[in-house]
Design a protein around this ligand. Structure first.
Ligand code: UD1
Ligand code: CA
Length: 478
């Protein structure tokens, strides 16, 4: 779901210096969370990441400024290293105050596009349209509006008259009269300002309102009273301006974004049986003719090739899966790589660094970590393989365990091509089993096994003839 880059219209004069400021300092009180609002995720990415992606499609990252405050360090470390800038708003005294603290960072620009860090569906096309409208109108302030069926909670746009693009004021929900509350044209929270006009009048903002904050929305009235031009540009797509102020709104946006991802994947030839039951992140790529069964999660930067079948209840994160792979129900994959035509599951657990070769099989209750399993090799049942290099055509019997950890350090097990490991064997690393060797069932292998040898590491069986019959026989009276 890549957003198209360079959405800025060719109409924008190339010598204009345009910045994007993203307001992201708020705590998000209504979420009742320790996590700052803009780090809450929708579609598998923080809210702010979606807005940054849209912003950097319109201007270079070096001209993007995220205004952060609440838990600023946490936000910085989530996004580092990146090309965009941070501005600190140590105390959050309102959206107007957010721009006041960004004055030094922005004063070298001609225009600033202001975005809300909590509205993740904004598109580069809409941002570019807003900028062009602002430039065409030669306005000091341009705001984006939308017509909503349920406008409650948003600021309302008061136009000079219904036909005019000129704005008289923006009135916040808490200060709106009953008549104003009926207005369905809302302030989306996205603006463009001419920088000199913004900063020559921003000090006129006051905190005389129910929240005791500096409202950026009041700039409409401030600028109008200073005889500056304030206009509104209405979007035809109200969906893209929705903000996430509550958990319910987060969940709604998450659903919207994931449905869009599923729709896009289906358009590209992927079958998704019941999209509403699947959780597929925004950045996931899946090739055509792959089938996704119900209740599957595909997360992070996972890539899945063509002709795969991902059966129900599998959770796949940050993994690369080649073509023609079958993942049977209930598998968990994390940072794993799966070669073409491999078969996994049911109930396989592939932990980070698992590299499964072409046509290999990993079966029920098999856990792998940091291993390479060669082409066509099989580990079908009840096995732990960690820190191992396993060649091609190897058969790992049921219940095999690589003992990779000695309590202090991890060690590697090497199993060369064509080896047969009998069931219930333990391989105490570091250890090597040479090409074509056999290991007898239930062996504990502590020493290297040469190629083509048979190693048996268990005590010999003893047989006591008639022992059981004798035990059962009735005792003779004395
Ligand atoms: C704001 C608008 C409202 C509009 C709505 C659209 C104001 C006063 N109201 O209301 O007209 O309809 O957005 O979604 O602007 N922030 C800071 N620093 C602060 C305060 C907020 O960076 O001191 C950030 C927040 O993190 C958030 C954004 O600004 O990302 C908007 O703030 P929020 O409190 O969500 O404003 P709304 O009440 O939604
Ligand atoms: Ca908001």
């Amino acid at each position: 779901m890549k957003k198209s880059r360079n959405a800025q219209s060719s109409k924008t004069p190339p010598d204009l210096r345009v910045a994007v400021a993203i307001m992201a300092a708020g705590k998000g009180t209504r979420l009742k969370s320790q996590l700052p609002k803009v780090l809450h995720e929708v579609g598998g990415k923080p809210l702010l990441a979606h807005v940054i992606a849209a912003a950097t499609s319109v201007v270079p990252a070096a001209d993007v400024y995220a205004i952060i405050g609440h838990e600023a360090d946490r936000i910085r470390s989530t996004f580092a290293p990146t090309g965009f800038n941070f501005v600190l708003q140590p105390e959050q005294r309102g959206t107007g105050h957010a721009l006041m603290v960004a004055r030094d960072a922005l004063s070298a620009y001609d225009h600033v596009i202001v975005l809300s860090g909590d509205a993740p569906q904004i598109t580069p096309q809409t941002i570019a349209r807003l900028l062009n409208f602002h430039l065409d109108q030669q306005a000091a302030m341009t705001l984006l509006s939308a017509e909503l069926d349920h406008p409650t909670g948003y600021g309302r746009v008061l136009r000079k008259n219904p036909q005019s693009a000129e704005v008289r004021a923006i009135v916040e929900e808490k200060s709106a009269t009953p008549a104003q509350k009926k207005i369905r044209e809302i302030n989306a929270g996205f603006y463009v300002f001419a920088v000199p006009q913004l900063f020559s009048h921003i000090e006129k903002l006051s905190t005389a309102n129910p929240h005791g904050e500096y409202y950026l929305t009041d700039m409409a009235e401030v600028l109008r009273k200073a005889k500056q031009r304030v206009v509104v540009c209405k979007t035809e797509n109200p969906g893209e301006v929705l903000g996430a102020n509550t958990r319910a709104e987060l969940s709604f946006l998450d659903h919207q974004i994931r449905m869009r991802t599923c729709q896009h994947l289906m358009d590209e030839g992927v079958t998704i049986f019941y999209p509403a039951t699947c959780v597929i992140d925004d950045d996931v790529e899946i090739a055509a003719d792959t089938i996704i069964e119900p209740f599957v999660q595909i997360l992070g930067k996972s890539r899945i090739g063509a002709d795969c079948r991902i059966r129900s209840y599998s959770v796949i994160r940050d993994s690369e899966i080649a073509e023609g792979v079958t993942i049977r129900p209930g598998c968990i994959l994390e940072e794993a790589r799966i070669g073409s035509k491999a078969v996994l599951g049911p109930y396989s657990h592939l932990r980070p660094g698992s590299d499964i070769g072409e046509g290999a099989h990993v079966g029920n209750f098999v856990e792998t970590k940091k291993i390479r399993l060669g082409k066509g090799s099989k580990a079908n049942h009840l096995t732990y393989l960690g820190d191992a290099e396993i060649g091609a055509g190897v058969n790992i019997g049921a219940g095999t365990i690589t003992c990779n950890y000695d309590g202090v350090n991890k060690h590697t097990t090497i199993i060369e091509d064509g080896v047969f490991i009998g069931s219930d064997s333990t391989l105490v690393a570091p250890v090597r089993v040479g090409k074509g060797a056999y290991v007898g069932a239930a062996s504990c292998i502590t020493e290297d096994v040469p190629g083509d040898a048979l190693a048996v590491g268990r005590s010999r069986q003893i047989v006591k003839e008639g022992w059981a019959a004798e035990k059962r026989a009735p005792r003779k009276p004395k």
